[in-house]
Design a protein. Structure first.
Length: 213
């Protein structure tokens, strides 16, 4: 049973028994995986904060044929939303991670989706304004999945913002002028598309709504 090592994004974790966690992570070269992190709930020395949503790092895991779960051996954290200067990003990190988890196929590599997630982490760490960044992420995720309706009705301000992000990296969003009203318009449009195609509401969306109250 060889040890596989690869770059990965942590998406979410679940409790398993009294001491372990199931970790869902997106690898750069092998798609989405689910693995058991032994004693992750009882001791933080082995994994520390490396299992937080959207943590980017190097992972090592063991995989057996015909086994759904791999065994996570280590996570070497490289980038984390926890190091962002903006405390609001943590809720958005969960939102981005949940969306990636919903759309990433099991065991099917998608380097484009992986790179989109990594770019979000880098932008959050650099302090890019989170609301424009969220609309950027939703737009590109929906386009990657082939479900974005380019012909849908929207204001000229919303179209101008989308025209700008099509040719910009997320790190350049701080220089893109956009009003809060336009961001709300795009948020509503994107959330509607997401709900229709996933056929459910996301838990992280409710968290974001609570943050605004």
């Amino acid at each position: 049973m060889p040890l596989h090592t690869t770059d990965a994004l942590i998406l979410r974790t679940y409790k398993l028994g009294e001491s372990d966690r199931i970790v869902v992570f997106l690898t750069r070269d092998r798609g989405k995986k689910r693995g058991v992190a032994k004693n992750a709930r009882q001791s933080r020395r082995r994994f520390g904060g490396a299992l937080e949503p959207l943590t980017c790092g190097r992972v090592g895991y063991f995989e057996r044929e015909r086994r759904e779960l791999v065994r996570l051996d280590y996570v070497e954290q490289r980038r984390s939303p926890l190091s962002s200067p903006n405390g609001e990003v943590l809720g958005y990190a969960e939102y981005f991670a949940e969306l990636i988890d919903e759309w990433a196929p099991e065991g099917d590599p998608s380097e484009t989706l992986y790179r989109l997630g990594v770019s979000m982490v880098e932008a959050m760490v650099r302090g890019v304004p989170i609301e424009p960044l969220a609309r950027y992420f939703e737009y590109w995720l929906l386009r990657l999945q082939g479900v974005y309706e380019d012909g849908r009705e929207m204001s000229s301000h919303a179209r101008a913002f989308l025209d700008a992000v099509r040719g910009s990296s997320p790190l350049a969003l701080g220089g893109v002028k956009v009003s809060p009203h336009t961001l709300r318009e795009l948020e509503a449009a994107h959330r509607e598309l997401i709900a229709v195609h996933l056929e459910k509401d996301l838990k992280s969306v409710r968290v974001l709504r609570d943050m605004r109250r």
